[in-house]
Design a protein around this ligand. Structure first.
Ligand code: DQA
Length: 147
């Protein structure tokens, strides 16, 4: 199965920004962890990152015919982007939302994810392992994903 990973705004700075919240593992290292897990699970991954809402929407649209699942960390857009929410709703492949931090444990405005309302599920709070868990979810659901 082919999985598109989408990292949203500011995630390119992971490892150097707000280390007490997001940890010291760098963005490149997170992507290496993702690639290692994917190859272990025999999943093909493509990794994209954007700081722009429109570009993230284009990534989602273009996944429609080329991927079996999307794993997305929409960053702060999770909390208010109805446009990304609608893009997720507009495609028929499963989308799993991930967060490095446990958004329920943080400020009130982070407790709501509008984007997750269109997702199959959400994994939050396990640092880089949130992506590892999401890849394993894709693997476990593999047989139920559309051919
Ligand atoms: C985040 C959580 C968001 O609230 C925040 O705006 C981020 C990162 C996370 O991965 O924990 O940028 O999505």
């Amino acid at each position: 199965k082919r999985v598109l990973i989408i990292h949203g705004p500011n995630l390119n700075l992971t490892g150097s920004r707000e280390i007490s919240i997001y940890g010291e593992v760098s963005f490149d290292e997170i992507n290496n962890i993702i690639k290692r897990e994917a190859s272990k699970l025999d999943l093909a991954v493509k990794i994209q990152q954007s700081n722009s809402e429109g570009e993230i929407i284009d990534f989602i649209h273009s996944a429609k015919n080329n991927f079996d699942a999307i794993i997305i960390n929409p960053g702060a857009y999770s909390h208010y982007s109805y446009a990304i929410m609608d893009a997720i709703g507009a495609i028929d492949i499963p989308v799993i939302e991930v967060h490095l931090s446990n958004i329920q444990k943080r400020e009130d405005f982070r407790h709501v994810s509008v984007t997750a309302t269109k997702c199959l599920g959400q994994i939050s709070g396990f640092g880089p392992f949130s992506y590892v868990l999401a890849l394993n979810a894709v693997k476990l659901l593999e047989d139920n994903l559309k051919e």
